[in-house]
Design a protein around this ligand. Structure first.
Ligand code: FAD
Length: 486
């Protein structure tokens, strides 16, 4: 059989391993950390369990598909529920909004709480569905870097509908034109953060994102987000994939136009027919292929935002909170200006609070909750993070205490922190970006690296730093595109 080495066990690396094992490759996955999953991992502390990175699960069918490909019943490995309520929103002036999965219920809530007509909301969700339909076949399931993608019936349909993607307008502009209430503009602008972009720069095309949540649905894996990683690792191992933890790849061995093997720390080169890098593409070129031609234009694209995460064990339960909660800043434009232009944090950051113990009570001791708090942050360019973290921690406590009417600081039983520096060092992501390149540029889709190498015939790329982009669904699609090409 043919052999493949995969550098990294992020979600895309694991998905690629499953797909290649199904094609009867002998697969070795090399992982620098002691655990699989990269950003999609988890940990325990003082009786609390936390998912380390992603908290929102969309497009579960892309995970199911991997079990089905291997002839398994997904439900034997991995189970999830569809959420009735996608997120609870809080503004400092006391306005509250629950985003219901059911469109009619959501539209009614928007009318009652924000005074915006249901028609505007439904038109927006329909527009989001249209944008998705246009881009899906063209951008998401195929390589953008193969002629066949551009000359077929789906592509023709795509070209005719390109104006509907609104690439020449910003997301914020389109949302201001749609909605009268600035709070609803802010609400929909937030979707730019789902791929680490700035709503005041990114094209209105990104209004595609709400489609995933409202028209397809938001889901919760019964075993927490870590359940995605664990169940896929189990499947991969059953298919014969070998995982090598604590094993960092330090070099790819080249011979002319081919990669012939990988070198891991302190070991002899191992030879493979195919190599798939799930390491950030910038780090792959800079660290593993320093002598190869560097695709500078692609590697130097501005990166997405990063995040500052507080994991708090909280000694109380809050009935007014749900699984996903947002506490909005009072000045969204300034917040993004600080992050993307000032490369710093806002004084009044929007606070995202995720509590998995709402659906999975054993994630916290009785009467307690596991709080995952994410603040959008600039990517790492050597800021004084310790000072920024200390300041932001106080602001987060103040905002949550004010909204919940309690002293949150007194309820914190344990704490861990993740910041752009540690995201970078733990996953090799360039500048600690959560989603690879930012999508602020309207040509961003064309400025991500392809899923194959133009220089080395048997080198492929998967993960959030390459086509089609970051986030679990797109990472899973990158593995599909790359292994289809193999
Ligand atoms: P990564 O997770 O980046 O992992 C790469 C792996 O490769 C790591 O394990 C690393 O150790 C290993 N590696 C790198 N170099 C080497 C080497 N040389 N040798 C061996 N191993 C190596 N997405 C969503 O869909 N929903 C969300 O709600 C969401 N929220 C997020 C919140 C946070 C805080 C973060 C950090 C991310 C979030 N994301 C979310 C994004 C999502 O986590 C990522 O897009 C996705 O998990 C990236 O997967 P990946 O396959 O690119 O690999």
């Amino acid at each position: 059989p043919k052999s493949a080495a995969i550098v990294g066990s992020g979600i895309a690396g694991i998905a690629a391993a499953v797909r290649l094992a199904v094609k009867e490759y002998e697969v070795d996955v090399f992982e620098a950390n002691a655990y699989p999953g990269g950003k999609l991992s988890g940990f325990g502390q003082d009786g609390f369990r936390f998912d380390a990175g992603p908290s929102l699960f969309t497009m579960p069918q892309l995970v199911d598909e991997l079990f089905q490909l291997a002839g398994r019943n997904p439900k034997d490995y991995f189970d999830y529920i569809r959420l009735d309520e996608t997120c609870r929103y809080f503004w400092d002036d006391g306005t509250r909004l629950t985003a219901w999965a059911d469109r009619t219920a959501f539209a009614r809530e928007v009318e009652t709480n924000l005074g915006e007509s249901a028609e505007h909301l439904l038109a927006h969700l329909d527009d989001s569905a249209t944008k998705y339909a246009i881009t899906e076949k063209l951008f998401l399931h195929r390589s953008l870097h193969k002629l066949s993608t551009w000359v077929n019936r789906d592509a023709l349909h795509g070209y005719l509908n390109l104006p509907k993607l609104e690439v020449f307008k910003t997301m914020n502009r389109a949302n201001e034109q749609r909605f009268q209430n600035p709070k609803l503009v802010q609400f929909f602008n937030r979707y730019a953060t789902y791929n680490g972009s700035d709503p005041y720069q990114t094209p209105a095309t990104m209004n595609i994102i709400p489609h995933l949540e409202y028209n397809i649905g938001a889901f919760f894996p019964r075993n927490g987000m870590i359940g995605i990683t664990n169940s896929l690792v189990r499947l991969a191992e059953e298919l014969g994939v070998r995982f090598h933890f604590n094993t960092r790849v330090t070099k790819l061995v080249t011979e002319g136009e081919r990669i012939v093997g990988v070198v891991t720390e302190g070991a002899e080169p191992r030879l493979y027919d195919t190599v798939v890098s799930n390491m950030d593409v910038v780090s792959t070129f800079r660290k593993l292929l320093p002598n190869a031609r560097q695709p500078e234009r692609i590697l130097r694209q501005p990166k997405s935002s990063s995040g500052l995460i507080f994991y708090w064990g909280i000694k109380r339960e809050f009935s007014e909170l749900g699984l996903h909660n947002i506490f909005f800043s009072n000045d969204y434009r300034t917040e993004f200006d600080r992050i993307f232009n000032g490369k710093t944090l806002s004084d009044d950051p929007t606070v995202y609070l995720n509590i998995t113990s709402k659906h999975k009570p054993d994630d916290a001791p009785p009467g307690c909750e596991n709080w995952f708090i994410l603040i959008n942050a600039p990517n790492n360019s050597g800021q004084d993070w310790d000072a920024l973290i200390a300041r932001t921690r106080q602001q987060v406590i103040r905002k949550l205490s004010q909204n919940l009417g309690v002293d949150v600081a007194a309820l914190i039983a344990c704490e861990s922190i993740l910041d752009p520096r540690s995201i970078e060092s733990r996953t090799s992501s360039s500048q600690g970006a959560l989603y690879g390149n930012s999508s602020n540029n309207r040509f961003a889709a064309f400025l991500r690296h392809a899923n194959f190498s133009h220089q080395f015939r048997n080198l492929y790329f998967v993960g959030g730093s390459v086509h089609p982009g970051g986030g679990i669904p797109l990472c899973l699609l990158s593995a599909k595109i790359a292994t289809d090409l193999i």
